[in-house]
Design a protein around this ligand. Sequence first.
Ligand SMILES: *[C@@H]1O[C@H](CO)[C@@H](O)[C@H](O)[C@H]1NC(C)=O
Ligand SMILES: *[C@@H]1O[C@H](CO)[C@@H](O)[C@H](O)[C@H]1NC(C)=O
Length: 185
Amino acid sequence: MASALFIAVLLTLASSGALASDPGPLQDFCVADNASAVLVNGFICKNPMKVDVNDFFFSGLNKPGNTNNRVGSNVTTVNVNQIGGLNTLGISLVRIDYAPYGQNPPHTHPRATEILTVIEGTLHVGFVTSNPQNRLIFQSPQRGIANAVFGSNPKIDDGVLAKAFQVDKKVIDYLQSQFWEDNNN
Ligand SMILES: *[C@@H]1O[C@H](CO)[C@@H](O)[C@H](O)[C@H]1NC(C)=O
Ligand SMILES: *[C@@H]1O[C@H](CO)[C@@H](O)[C@H](O)[C@H]1NC(C)=O
């Protein structure tokens, strides 16, 4: 049985009745020009006349990732880096392989929606609602903290994290000194 915990945090801005959302795309596609150093809302668009079928194709999701690592999972990503044609479209896909009792460490998907399909086995999945409730939905135990928090470079000030997680600074120092597996989650 594999186990995973997902944390989705939605950030909401309190303001005086103003609403904001992603605008609709202004073009049908904007294939990433990965040769350009310019970054706008995603990658800059490649010349449409130079776009071809390979910009919309990826193969390899049939191959299991190697889960022999500290978190016991492996995320194979299919995003703009694999399919340039996904640039600015706000959609991506991953394949996640889990070792028995493997975990996909808690992480966030700001302003994104996730759909999870289990092909084989059983997953324990949960998420925490955004402020102010911070409610854990589903049945997962709260354990581990994302490498983004304790494995950042440079490190987040341990005093800040000690206060945030209501633990002694020594606990934070210990966590920050650990090797944080990056499985692309
Ligand atoms: C950049 O794009 C080219 C052409 O689309 C592709 O062959 C190459 O793999 C891409 N490189 C990276 C690092 O994504
Ligand atoms: C995930 O699996 C791929 C393919 O076996 C491997 O190359 C990669 O190193 C693995 N990543 C991790 C974090 O274990």
